[in-house]
Design a protein around this ligand. Structure first.
Ligand code: AMP
Ligand code: ZN
Length: 481
């Protein structure tokens, strides 16, 4: 049974989809007023892990992600640049699609754009007016929070902070001043205007997601995701609008990822710690190193982005790459071969159990590295059969449908360990290369890296000895897993 932490209720719950075998998933997409930053990518990679795991477990997933191409921020940006909304948002939408593919995120089934769904939003606002949940004032339409008794349940707002009857036109505001929010905003000079049945104007941000999710997924669906910053007011308002208008429960499971921070601080342009994906790739990292880093911390924990952590992500992927390279080189000549199937079974069970437990990625990855650790000494001693190597490789292909972090075959093939050639010679070359890398790290006083290399070698069944004549190495004694 898969279990998720549901923000609505604050508990871990069994996941039961509305329709057996099918999952309807809505994830709040980018507000395209700037290039997506790695904080956004943390949210999208978490959602991708969730979706890939559901697919892995045999569910069909209908996934919708909106593109917010009209809101306060996009309008401000377009005005500042003196261009139309379309022209302003285009490069950001393109960058989003490009980075998404670079990070191996599966595309959603639909990317509805807010500007292409004005009639749906107007219809929703009309219904809210007709049902008495909304009222008009000075050409705008507001949602009356005191007419929706469940208001505040998701974000657990303090009812003392409620300011019903007071309005604000801002899309974003703090929990401390909860007021009636704008569904439809009266025309302002320089803002885009749509002529509609509810008057001229433009939509508020929150109504976009309510209208577009209903169009593509129906009025009740299974999972809604976003970052924790979306809980209030955005998701609280989505619930109010959708449930008030449709009279049915909006979403069964709300999953929110915690924020990514940089060096312990909130990422912001003014602090200069604001990273977009191309900045990081320009430093020589592979896109999937970034993906690995983003997904390897549990989604409900804050993720502190540092280049040190990114180096560790790269090392982790290299370990996997080296292991896969080793498997390719298995010639299966030894008579004394070990059974790898039980090790694979244990790893698979741990991987699945981890992810079933509210996407516990640490547990899932630990079972993968335990497998590598158990098999490496067998590889060093030539005790893995060709068939065993194939089973191990197949397992990595299987789990990569969820993780998508495996080095591409080209990268694996270009690794220090080639697919052909004498096994012992390749092992020697590999060990020598690592010893040299360790010496270099020590000379640069990067002792953490030096120690990591020593441990990697140990995982491979190689013991180092620092002698006065230099570094010597030997194979560790027999070690049966
Ligand atoms: P936005 O483009 O600001 O509407 O955000 C798009 C998605 O990224 C939303 O789900 C946000 O909650 C999420 N997000 C924004 N900043 C961060 C961050 N620093 N860490 C994690 N998720 C974030
Ligand atoms: Zn949304």
């Amino acid at each position: 049974m898969i279990r998720f932490h549901n923000t609505l209720g604050g508990k871990v719950e069994d996941f039961v989809p509305i329709e057996p075998g099918h999952v309807k998933l809505y994830t709040c997409g980018p507000t395209v007023y700037d290039y997506p930053h790695i904080g956004n990518w943390r949210a999208y990679v978490f959602e991708d892990l969730l979706k890939r795991f559901l697919l892995f477990r045999g569910f069909k997933v209908a996934h919708v992600m909106n593109i917010t191409d009209v809101d306060d921020k996009t309008i401000r940006g377009a005005q500042a640049k003196g261009v139309g909304l379309d022209e302003y948002t285009k490069p950001f939408i393109e960058a989003f699609g490009g980075d998404r593919d670079t990070l191996a995120i599966l595309p959603a089934d639909h990317y509805p754009r807010a500007t292409a769904h004005i009639p749906e939003m107007v219809a929703l606002v009309k219904t809210l007016l007709e049902k008495g949940f909304a009222y008009k004032k000075d050409g705008s339409v507001y949602f009356a929070i005191d007419r929706f008794p469940a208001y505040g349940r998701l974000s657990k707002i303090n009812l003392d902070d409620l300011r019903p009857g007071r309005q604000s036109d801002a899309d974003e505001y703090e929990k401390e001043s909860v007021h009636d929010f704008a569904l439809w905003k009266a025309p302002k000079p320089g803002e885009p205007i749509w002529e509609t049945e509810i008057g001229p104007g433009r939509p508020g941000w929150h109504v976009e997601c309510s209208a577009m999710s209903a169009k593509y997924l129906g009025t009740t669906f299974d999972i809604h995701c976003g970052g924790v910053d979306n809980i209030f007011p955005h998701h609280e308002n989505e619930i109010a609008q959708s449930e008030a208008a449709n009279g049915v429960k909006f979403v069964n499971y709300w999953l929110h990822c915690h924020h990514l921070v940089v060096d312990g601080e909130k990422m912001s342009k003014s602090k200069g710690n604001f990273y977009v994906l191309p900045d990081i790739l320009a430093r020589g990292y592979e896109p999937l190193d970034v993906r690995y880093l983003l997904l390897s911390t549990h989604y409900r924990k804050m993720l502190n982005f540092t280049f040190e952590a990114l180096d560790q992500a790269r090392t982790a992927r290299q370990r996997i790459g080296n292991f896969l390279g080793e498997l390719k080189g298995v010639s299966g000549t030894s008579e004394n071969t070990a059974e790898v199937e039980p090790l694979v079974e244990t790893a698979r069970a741990g991987f699945v159990a981890g992810l079933e437990d509210d996407l516990n990625i640490a547990e899932a990855l630990a079972s993968v590295f335990t497998l590598i650790k158990s098999v490496n000494p067998l590889l060093v001693r030539g005790e893995v059969s060709k068939d065993g190597a194939a089973k191990l490789a197949a397992f990595f292909t299987e789990i990569d449908a969820v993780l998508a972090i495996k080095p591409s075959p080209a990268v694996a093939a270009s690794g220090k360990i080639g697919a052909a050639g004498d096994r012992e010679k390749r092992l020697e070359a590999e060990v020598q290369a690592r010893i040299e890398a360790r010496q270099k790290a020590r000379a640069e006083k990067d002792f953490a890296r030096a120690d990591a290399i020593r441990r990697e070698l140990l995982d491979m069944g190689i013991v180092l000895e620092d002698t006065k004549d230099g570094v010597r190495w030997k194979k560790a004694g027999p070690l049966r897993p």
